[in-house]
Design a protein. Structure first.
Length: 319
């Protein structure tokens, strides 16, 4: 359902002398600059009772600005009763612990049964936000923590934090290959030139920076802690494959599992049957979008990764 809602503000000294399109994002912080510019063009902004259609018109200070915002409910998704592991929620945000196998939002091949559908069932008002307030994503088979916005202002401020790299995202990963020490990899990512459903390190791609630290080292595998500075699609998976240490279970970027010779039957079975990429979003930290207080959450390793690590440790003892 579409609806109009009026917002009123007095032009502050901070906005005096600024252009209308520069001042509105300061006066109505819950809306993006592009949305406000469109509403100016649509004649939805008045200055002291007169419609203003020129974004470049300057303000003198003290004027009364009225914004008639056009809000749209998004009807492309439907609420579905899908259990959610909610770690925290208030009026501004929801922090969820996503299980493996849950797609984040509808897409070709996954029209429903997603985290987005689950969120709309949990809080129907989220339909007024882009993608039900989802501001970042995890791959279908990656587990762990995600934050969701519950208001336009929270959405705008969380996106700003992500873009300025102020959101802390820490992962646990198990990779094939022995990494001698931690380090960083900064390689641009873009669509694979041949396989368009995959990402790859490509010249001219988007900048991507991944930091990693060795937690445990095994004869042919490594347990890593990984921190993202950027959030590109499949970033950790592609960067690890580029280092020739792909994630265990990653059929897209590692191909078929090729366990090293001499491993125990138990470890061999764990490696061959591990159902997904061994990647878990273990820690999430951010400034609360309304209070600006720093908040952090942690998520324990899922059972399948615990079993895998136990098998790797036991194989070392058997040697």
């Amino acid at each position: 359902m579409d609806r109009d809602r009026q917002y009123k503000a007095q032009v502050t000294p901070e906005c005096s002398g600024k252009r209308l399109d520069q001042a509105l994002p300061l006066l109505f912080r819950e809306f993006s600059r592009s949305r406000l510019q469109q509403w100016i063009k649509d004649g939805r902004v008045t200055r002291n009772g007169e419609v203003v259609r020129l974004s470049r018109q300057k303000l003198t200070g003290g004027e009364t600005i009225v914004l008639c915002a056009h809000l749209q409910d998004r009807i492309e998704d439907r609420p579905q009763h899908i259990p959610l592991a909610i770690r925290y929620e208030d009026d501004a945000i929801i922090v969820v612990d996503k299980p493996a196998g849950l797609v984040v939002h509808p897409a070709p091949g996954n029209p429903d049964g997603t985290l987005q559908n689950a969120l709309l069932h949990h809080d129907p008002s989220l339909i007024r936000l882009p993608r039900a307030g989802i501001v970042h994503r995890l791959d279908k088979d990656t587990t762990g923590l995600m934050v969701v916005a519950r208001s336009p202002l929270a959405h705008k401020l969380l996106v700003s934090q992500l873009q300025s790299r102020r959101v802390k995202r820490e992962y646990n990963a198990v990779v094939s290959g022995v990494m001698v020490a931690g380090g960083s990899i900064e390689q641009p990512l873009g669509r694979h030139p041949v396989h368009r459903t995959k990402m790859a390190v490509v010249t001219g791609g988007k900048s991507a920076l991944t930091h990693y630290r060795v937690l445990e080292r095994f004869p042919a595998h490594t347990h890593l802690r990984v921190n993202l500075e950027t959030g590109r699609t499949h970033q950790i998976r592609v960067h690890m494959a580029y280092l020739r240490c792909p994630l265990v279970g990653d059929r897209t970027y590692a191909g078929r599992a090729r366990p090293p010779p001499g491993v125990s039957a138990h470890l061999l079975a764990c490696l061959q049957t591990f159902p997904r990429q061994a990647l878990h979003a273990a820690r999430l930290g951010l400034n609360h979008p309304l209070t600006d207080h720093w908040m952090e959450w942690q998520s324990r390793l899922p059972d399948d990764m615990e079993v895998l690590l136990e098998a790797l440790r036991a194989d070392c003892l058997d040697d």
